[in-house]
Design a protein around this ligand. Sequence first.
Ligand code: BYC
Length: 311
Amino acid sequence: MAKSLEEKFQQSIDAEQKIEPKDYMPDAYRRNLIRQIAQHAHSEIIGMLPEGNWITRAPTLRRKVALLAKVQDEAGHGLYLYSAMETLGKSRDESLQELIDGKAKYSSIFNYPTTSWADIGAIGWLVDGAAIVNQVALQRTSYGPYARAMVRICKEESFHQRQGFEIMTSLAKGTAEQKEMAQRALNKIWWPALMMFGPSDKDSVHSAQSLKWKIKRQSNDELRQAFVDITVPQAEFLGLTIPDKDLKWNEKRGHYDFGQINWEEFYQVIKGNGPCNKERLAARRKAQENGEWVKKAALAYAEKHKKQQAA
Ligand code: BYC
């Protein structure tokens, strides 16, 4: 019997062949990818806000230059990701409108405030660290344009993680007051960083299908565990204490055991009730309004250029 298109599609996935924009794909595969890539792109550009908040207050010129470059990189990541999403037939304008209208999700982590310079260090170390663990796996995602965007993003995230770890090292090895700042930032960001990997596997809505289609290559809990295992020795190197009394090396499993995540907090944040959700969306709306004239001017210029070429 002839194989159906869906069977052939799954066969290509199982054979590790990349799916490209013009290839056949089931509608549900396309919709799931658009959802994940759009959320990912929104996270990159919303992620610019808590860090952008510290550009004017970075403690030295060197720190300011590095932070500026990092925030600019995040805009670039958004650009690669929106472009990958557009190859699936969804426009950037429509997707950005959904973000501004509060209909689209973005990573929970960016709904927490950055109230000290140490928070910028902890974000680079932990948030970019978590992003790398997740995104290294996504370099092997089944959709070609998404996988290729991930390769470059991972290279840049790796610089971001080091930038954060270097800030934390300076603070942790500095005065008692600086070390205290670093510890407070770790206390604040540790649990929200673990939440970045999404709900536990038993509660994850999309994982089973996404793993079958190789959109995701590892489950939320597997990636979270990998992050904990990598990060605990780094905290030890810094002489800082991870705020989890249940954190313990498990010889039998070959992994760290860790405590319960506050899932109630996670679901509140992704429902829009985190400490900064409203502020973040208001900032994006304002940026959209303030940038409108630039877009109009650029489009008018492109139109004029096209007419001149045609004449
Ligand atoms: N925050 O079925 P599940 C970065 C949602 S790094 C908000 O497991 P999935 C950056 C999920 O969307 C951060 N929402 O979903 C770093 C779903 O809702 P819908 C961005 C979350 O997709 C430094 C529902 O919960 N990285 O950008 O299989 C500086 C059920 O979850 C979260 C990525 O986006 C969360 N933490 O797995 C600047 C990586 N977790 O859609 C920027 C790509 C879950 O049904 N994405 N939800 O309404 C992924 O790998 C996956 O989408 C996730 C979630 C692992 C995040």
